[in-house]
Design a protein around this ligand. Structure first.
Ligand SMILES: *Cc1c(COP(=O)(O)O)cnc(C)c1O
Length: 220
């Protein structure tokens, strides 16, 4: 990890600290309310647009998972992340021609929505002698111009992806439509949960439904 000299205001760090512990507490409470433990929940901070110094500060507080959504930004920040203490994932839309730039640098790609993309991740992982974990992204709101596989194509994409070398399917991801009402967004979460359970029940080879990654901060 390379150190940079950048002055971060004390106020900003105070904000990060307050937010970090507030979220940690809410997770613990939500886990208790649903009779689970906080360990069942992975707290990943979407760190796009955030400077590495701030990210590393959150890591020093205990944050263990960070996610970037743009290849260029990830690469420009890469040498500064404290990757001895946190795990870097890719959460944004990924173009096939950029896959080789991030395979080996990220522990998970959350946004696989086509066989073409899965094929390239497999190919680059074989080349690097590693296995890459992926989530399959679902377009649960069937929105045009949005990433993600349509729900009815999900089983097929999972089966195809799981059959490739050096790639492991670890769950599902979605960014649901923006809804004004909480009940509306809950419908999408509910649909995703059912897809997730259905696939888990099938116990497919090379598929572990460990993660269901849904929504943004406001949804939460
Ligand atoms: C940015 C982002 C999030 C988190 O959104 P915030 O509301 O900024 O916390 C979640 N998922 C994806 C794919 C993102 O790019």
């Amino acid at each position: 990890m390379t150190e940079r000299l950048l002055t971060v205001s004390a106020d900003r760090l105070e904000d990060v600290k307050r937010n970090y512990f507030e979220i940690t507490e809410r997770i613990a409470k939500a886990a208790a309310d649903s009779k689970r433990t906080a360990d069942d929940i992975t707290f990943l901070a979407a760190t796009k647009t955030v400077e590495p110094e701030i990210i590393n500060y959150a890591v020093s507080l205990g944050l263990r998972y960070i996610g970037e959504n743009k290849v260029q930004e990830l690469l420009s920040k890469y040498e500064y992340y404290d990757l001895e203490h946190c795990d870097l994932q890719f959460i944004g839309h990924l173009q096939t021609n950029k896959v080789r730039q991030i395979v080996g640098k990220v522990s998970m790609i959350q946004s696989v929505d086509s066989l073409k993309l899965a094929n390239e991740i497999s190919k680059q992982s074989v080349k690097n002698g590693i296995t890459t974990d992926v989530l399959i992204e679902v377009n649960i709101g069937r929105e045009e111009n949005k990433s993600g596989v349509m729900p009815e194509m999900l089983d097929e994409l999972i089966a195809q992806t799981a059959s490739l070398d050096n790639i492991r399917v670890k769950g599902l991801m979605t960014v649901p439509p923006i809804c004004e009402k909480k009940v509306d967004i809950c419908k999408f979460f509910d649909k995703m949960y059912h897809l997730f359970i259905d696939i888990s029940d099938k116990t497919l080879d090379n598929v572990d439904m460990d993660f269901l990654s849904m929504g943004m901060s406001d949804d939460y």
